[in-house]
Every structure is written in C-alpha cells, then in structure tokens.
Design a protein around this ligand. Structure first.
Ligand code: UGY
Ligand code: MN
Length: 302
C-alpha cells in the first residue's frame, strides 16, 4: 500500500533525474532538489561539483596565476608578464623574468621588438646572449657586416663589443646578460649559430637529448643548453648543484620539481633556479618537451 502511495513521487523523481542527466556532462543523477539557478542558468553552486580543472577554464578565474616566487626558485608564467619600454632600446618592450633582485647573478628577459626597432648596448663588462623566438632580427657587429637571425638561431656578444640588433617587423627574443667573469689569458669571441647546427652530445645516465649553443672552452663563463624530452622521459639525477639556471620552456608540458614543490608547467613558462635548489623534470602530454637553459660554468665557485 505504502509503495503505491509513493509511486507518483518516484515517477516525478525519475522524470527530473532524466531531465537533469540530459543537462549534465557526467550523465548521472544524484538526489534531486529544488532547482535554484544563477544568471547563466547554471544551478547555484554548480562550480563546486563541476570544478575548474583545465588551464582553459582557469582563464576565467580573476587573479589566478601559476606564477610563484620563493627564496630559491621562481616560476613565472605568461599571464604574469609585465612589459615596459627597454632602457636604451627603441620601439622595444621588455619583461624581466630573472634579475639580481631575486638573488641571481644574471638577467633573463623577453624583448618584444616592434616595427623598426633597435637594441641598446648592455652595460660595460656585461656579455649578452640572444635567442630568436619569433620573427627576424638583423645583427650588425663592429665590422659592419649584418647577419640575419631567424627563429631558433642565436648570437653571443662578449663584454664591451659594439653591436646592434634591428627588426623591421615584429620579433620576439629572449636575452641573457651577466657581468663577465674575466679569466687571465682567455677571451671569448662573438658567436652566431642555430640550434639545428649543434651536434647532440652524450648524456651519460640520462635519456634526454642535449645540445650546447656555446663552446665549452674556458673563455665562456656560461652556456645555454637545449634539452629535449619525449613524453614520459625524465631526469634521472635529482639534481642539486652550485650552478644557477634560467629556463624557458619552448615546447611541451610536464612537471617541474623545485625544492619541495611540484609544478605543472607548459611552453612559455620561465623558471629561475638558485644554486643548490633540488630540481627535477618529467615530460608529460603528447608532444616533445624542449627547454632552453642558462647555466654558469667554467669558473671556480670560490
Ligand atoms: O645541466 C643541468 O644542470 C640540467 N640538467 N639541469 C636541469 O635540467 N634542471
Ligand atoms: Mn641543473
């Protein structure tokens, strides 16, 4: 008898459940309740059961950033970049991602060269490395000879060497600069090259592919590594070392461990690693991960 008196209510519940399941992504029905909706016709509090999961949805969350700044590392993601005119350059906006204010001994910045833009010179005794991310730039050095740099090519300018980067259309470059650590009887030379011209190097105990963009000889007090990982590959060494790093993830995505924190990262993200910060990377997703990495080398840390 009780079953039959409850029947109309059950029938109504099944109908409401069916209507809700057509609407919901999961296609299942939980207990029905009085429907209360917000202005977009979503049930009130629907975000609690349908949370923000992907970076695409995170764009809708005001104030959200994956950027982090700690005493021994920083992750700076593109939504945090702040561009302002670069001192001594013309028609160029720059965003500093690493600087001595963090504790680093170098700067790393993205420069957006606009139409008819020109570079300025670094301060005295400061060396410069430029890598082209987008567009075309022309490098003219003291000899007056111009060289065209396309995406994936780069130039190294020793301290106090007169040079000029120009762009007639828009171009984006990443720049590293540091005060050169002089070493008696050794003088660095200017270098122009491209990533694909550099040979793959041995990486004993590791699986990633490594190219170095600068000579490994003593005149050079830093190098820029290009490191490639296929999805699923990771660093075998859980590195802790005296060198500093500035990293720009050029392709792919994965997890970067920095100290005790684990960060999901993707192309466009920049990282600063202080000396001795524990560091580890695993590539995930469906495409190759490639990053560009500043590393100070060839000098006694004393
Ligand atoms: O050479 C390096 O120190 C490099 N393997 N570090 C890194 O990828 N975090
Ligand atoms: Mn390292």
């Amino acid at each position: 008898m009780q079953f039959f008196s409850a029947f109309p209510f059950l029938f109504l519940s099944i109908i409401i459940c069916f209507v809700n399941s057509v609407d919901s992504e999961q296609g299942f029905c939980s207990a029905s309740s009085i429907v209360n909706s917000n202005s977009n016709n979503q049930p009130l509090y629907s975000k609690v059961i349908n949370p923000t999961l992907s970076p695409f949805h995170l764009q809708d969350l005001p104030g959200f950033t994956r950027s982090v700044y700690r005493s021994d590392h920083a992750l700076i993601t593109p939504e945090s970049h702040v561009f302002s005119p670069l001192h001594d350059w013309s028609n160029t906006l720059g965003a500093y991602l690493v600087s001595p204010a963090m504790g680093a001994h170098f700067v790393m910045y993205i420069a957006k060269m606009q139409e008819n833009s020109k570079s300025g010179l670094p301060p005295k005794h400061v060396e410069r490395f430029v890598f082209v991310l987008q567009g075309l730039v022309t490098l003219t050095n003291v000899t007056g000879i111009g060289q065209t740099l396309t995406v994936d090519s780069y130039a190294y300018l020793p301290p106090n060497s007169k040079h000029l980067f120009e762009s007639y259309e828009s171009a984006t470059i990443v720049v590293f600069e540091r005060r050169y650590a002089y070493l008696e009887n050794h003088t660095p030379e200017p270098i122009v090259g491209s990533t694909d011209q550099q040979p793959l190097l041995d990486t004993p105990g590791e699986v990633f592919e490594l190219r170095k963009l600068l000579p490994t000889s003593l005149p050079y007090d830093f190098n820029i590594h290009i490191m490639d990982f296929q999805p699923g590959e990771y660093l075998n060494v859980k590195e802790v070392h005296y060198n500093q790093h500035g990293l720009l993830l050029l392709e792919g995505q994965g997890i970067y461990r920095l100290g005790d924190s684990w960060y999901p990262v993707e192309a466009g993200d920049a990282i600063w690693m202080a000396p001795f910060v524990p560091q580890w990377y695993a590539a995930l997703g469906k495409v190759r991960s490639r990053y560009l990495l500043y590393k100070d080398v060839n000098r006694n840390p004393l």
